[in-house]
Design a protein around this ligand. Structure first.
Ligand code: CMX
Length: 427
């Protein structure tokens, strides 16, 4: 039996050596080039960032440590976190140890609740979650050990310690945000008989076995999406300055709170309920088409569709869709998502702008939560956050273990690009 820390410690020397050899042998080899369009276009497709926890294939979608996400859909969140950090799935003993370890670290200090209760009643739940995380920064082991002169080789240990401490508390923090923000009554304590994701459902106050199952799936599917998405990249850059995992996660989640990224799941349900409101229930395909065109013609994006990397239906959408089909195929909100899946890709293709007309992870998740009574859509990105923290922490711990330097790409001015291109054309 070994802990996640011992398992990672065993692998670090070999991985450090692999990188050192690669840089020594091929340090000047070119792996990417940057066009003017990419420089002005959000660096889309520029390969200048390393991420070993997962990759996103344009067609196959998310692959975690070499395993397609569809093959991991029956795993627990703890198994996924271990896989992300260590590189392989845990055995039963290691899994049990990790579950116990997380439960032992899960208590949230009272000073956090005091601040959350004092926030404005209109505060966005993401604002509350990020606030709770930054308040907890005072607990950072990384910052304390850095102040004491910790060696660079050991940064990863303190980063993992903070990551485990904060990951363990996130279900309670997030459930607390829900119960305080939406006046759901007293906070609910975690149950030692439940695992990390089940306890999140339990502390929200939704104790249905099917909802536990949905929560497990939700936590697994949102856990990571390689290194260049807004939240992972933001957290990576901040952590590279040796800001501790509390600051780094808060930075990443501030990016996740944007409507083009994680907030899209909130926007999706708004879209779905908007169609239903307009047509008095689940729409016909023709009604959905009309509504979608209205959104596009008013200059808005259709939330839950399109992706910067994916060029096919997101397998995470497929997994959520299968869950809805199995558990409540006749639910009118779910049926509306289903009609959207039938109609929206065709409309977006006809519209001709989106490089990817297919649904992403956010298109259907809200309808599933809604079915179980979690109707407060502004809360949905908090669920995404709790899960995505696993990937952000795994990437951060890996970066420190590999002793990566501060991230600092070179920026250039528009004038510089203009004269460079003119010189090349003139040559
Ligand atoms: N509806 C309408 N227009 C869309 C669109 C959509 N769903 N997806 C892309 N487009 C438009 C873009 O806005 C862009 O238009 P402009 O040229 O006028 O700026 C054009 O199509 C080309 O964009 P793209 O290369 O296909 O997409 P990007 O890589 O620039 O952006 C994304 C990707 C996800 C931001 C975009 O598809 C989008 O806004 N989707 C809706 C929001 C959403 O679902 N976000 C969640 C993504 C998953 C996640 O991070 O959680």
């Amino acid at each position: 039996m070994s802990t996640i820390k011992e398992a990672l410690a065993r692998r670090i020397p070999e991985r450090r050596q692999e990188i050192a050899d690669l840089v020594a042998r091929h340090g000047d080899a070119v792996i990417s080039e940057v066009t003017v369009k990419q420089a002005f276009g959000g660096m889309r497709g520029v390969k200048g960032l390393v991420c070993d926890t997962s990759l996103v294939d344009p067609i196959k979608g998310l692959i975690i440590r070499g395993i397609p996400i569809a093959e991991l859909a029956d795993k627990t969140a703890e198994e996924i976190f271990y896989l992300l950090v260590v590189g392989e799935l845990p055995d039963q003993a290691a899994l049990k140890t990790l579950k116990q370890n997380l439960f032992a670290r899960s208590e949230v200090p009272d000073y956090v609740w005091k601040v959350l209760r004092d926030m404005p009643s209109s505060a966005h739940p993401m604002d509350m979650l990020i606030t709770a995380i930054t308040i907890l920064e005072d607990e950072s082991v990384f910052r304390r050990r850095y102040d004491e002169g910790m060696k660079k080789e050991d940064y990863w240990e303190a980063a993992l310690e903070d990551s485990l401490n904060l990951l363990a508390k996130l279900p309670a923090l997030a459930a607390g945000v829900y119960r305080i923000r939406y006046k759901k009554g007293d906070l609910i304590l975690p149950d030692p008989g439940l695992d990390w994701s089940e306890n999140y459902a339990h502390m929200l106050g939704i104790d249905a076995p099917d909802f536990y199952e949905l929560m497990r799936l939700y936590m697994v599917l949102h856990s990571d999406h390689e290194g260049g998405n807004v939240s992972a990249f933001a957290a990576h850059v901040v952590a590279s300055a040796l800001s501790d995992p509390y600051y780094s996660l808060a930075a990443g989640l501030s990016g996740l709170a944007g409507p083009l990224h994680g907030l899209a799941n909130q926007e999706c349900l708004k879209f779905v309920l908007g169609v239903m409101d307009r047509f008095g229930g689940a729409p016909t395909p023709e009604q959905m088409e009309t509504y979608t065109w209205e959104i596009l013609n008013s200059g808005r994006v259709v939330p839950g569709y399109g992706h910067a990397v994916l060029r096919a239906t997101d397998p995470r959408f497929t997994a959520f869709h299968a869950f809805g089909k199995e558990h409540f195929p006749n639910d009118s909100v779910f049926k509306t998502v289903d009609v959207g899946f039938e109609v929206i890709p065709k409309v977006l293709q006809e519209h001709g702008k989106a490089a990817n007309p297919w649904p992403n992870v956010d298109a259907g998740s809200g309808a599933l939560l809604y079915h179980y009574g979690l109707e407060e859509m502004r809360y949905y990105t908090v669920l995404f956050s709790v899960s995505r923290a696993m990937g952000i922490f795994a990437q951060l711990v890996t970066s420190r273990a590999m002793m990566e330097p501060i991230t600092r790409p070179k920026s250039v001015s528009t004038g510089w690009i203009g004269s460079k291109v003119e010189a090349a054309v003139g040559a």
